[in-house]
Design a protein around this ligand. Structure first.
Ligand code: HEC
Ligand code: HEC
Length: 303
């Protein structure tokens, strides 16, 4: 290296110890130079082929006519085609058939989950957790109208309306405030809480007798879905809740029980498969109701 003549730019700074500080002018490495030219050529070709430069009123489109939107559209069309294959299978299969095919079921439940978030979570809580009084929890196995796929589908498609009649004389029923109070004591004991024993006995006689509670809630108060009357099953469409568990639609404390038994309660689940006034024309197609039924059934409580 020492004897090779180094090209300099001619700039030189003298330094005190006598070593001049020079600015060398080394040629660029060849590989670098050619790479540099190649990038310029590439850029020019790119500008010709693809959208590149902003110009007044838009941008240069490139001779290939490529666009991101077009590519997105193609991707979306492909996804739609893939979805249609599944949707067609879902439409053709029965609820039970879908439930038996893991891949189809997973697809239906994913679709059901987003439908649920958009249409149902406002009343039933996110993922059916049911945090608001008067709106049933959908993640447990406590059903007002039954937890089979068919029953859940029916509930969503045609809606439901549960009516607990009033019992207090002043509210149109046939019973005194004392009798209502006795009934509340009996309901407390049904769900294993302490109550006045004598009052609860009187309440029991009313429940299973004159007051007719058993007709809807069953001989043992276990509700229309689980209980029986004289050994016969109860029509699930009545929607009378189980009174022996710790799950309450309206509330299980004594004051709320007295209120429910006195004044009655009416709850409405809108119909999603048919035109329903509550939803003001909002309606889901049968495929969506199917996906929702499978999703709700899969939340944990399905029978
Ligand atoms: C406006 C509030 C509201 C919306 C929105 C709503 N529900 Fe309901 N849903 C109710 C009420 C209230 C009940 C209880 C009806 C009764 O007690 O008779 C109910 C009951 C149900 C039941 C029966 C539960 C059981 O124990 O048998 C199911 C299943 C259900 N809803 C699913 C859905 C699905 C799925 C959606 C979305 C498509 C939805 N709900 C949207 C209010 C709503
Ligand atoms: C015609 C049928 C019917 C009769 C008779 C009836 N119930 Fe009900 N009961 C229902 C229905 C349906 C509901 C649910 C109401 C709703 O969906 O909001 C209900 C709700 C209740 C609730 C609220 C449960 C909760 O989870 O919050 C209590 C408590 C109750 N009934 C007690 C009684 C008692 C006590 C009697 C007798 C005095 C009685 N019911 C008679 C149908 C009936």
């Amino acid at each position: 290296m020492a004897d090779k003549q180094v090209e300099t730019t001619g700039h030189q700074w003298d330094d005190e110890e006598g070593f001049p500080l020079q600015e060398y002018n080394n040629p660029l490495p060849t590989w670098w130079l050619y790479s540099f030219y190649a990038t310029i050529v590439f850029a020019v070709i790119y500008w010709i082929l693809y959208p590149a430069w902003p110009i007044p009123g838009g941008f240069t489109k490139g001779v290939l006519g490529w666009s991101q939107y077009q590519e997105l559209q193609q991707d979306m069309d492909a996804a739609k085609t893939a979805r249609k294959v599944f949707d067609d299978q879902l439409s053709a299969a029965s609820l039970e058939e879908i439930a038996a095919k893991p891949q189809l079921l997973a697809y239906a439940m994913a679709a059901g989950r987003s439908l649920f978030a958009n249409n149902c979570a406002a009343c039933h809580g996110s993922e059916g957790s049911g945090t608001t009084k008067g709106f049933p929890i959908l993640v447990d196995d406590d059903w007002l109208y039954g937890g089979t796929l068919k029953e859940i589908y029916e509930t969503i498609f045609n809606g439901r309306s549960g009516t607990m009649p009033p019992h207090l004389q002043a509210a149109g029923g046939g019973f005194s405030a004392e009798q209502v109070s006795d009934l509340a004591d009996y309901v407390l004991t049904l769900s294993h809480r302490s109550a006045d024993q004598a009052a609860a006995e009187r309440g029991k006689a009313l429940f299973t007798g004159d007051a007719g509670c058993f007709i809807c809630h069953g001989d043992h108060g276990r509700g229309a879905v689980l209980d029986t009357v004289g050994g016969q099953p109860i029509d699930h469409n009545i929607g009378a809740p189980n009174l022996t568990d710790a799950i309450w639609l309206h509330g299980g404390d004594r004051a709320t029980l007295v209120q429910t038994i006195s004044r009655g309660r009416t709850s409405k689940m809108p119909a999603w498969g048919v035109d329903s006034p509550e939803l003001g024309g909002r309606k889901l197609d049968p495929l969506a109701v199917k996906q929702l039924a499978l999703y709700v059934h899969g939340l944990g409580g399905g029978k």
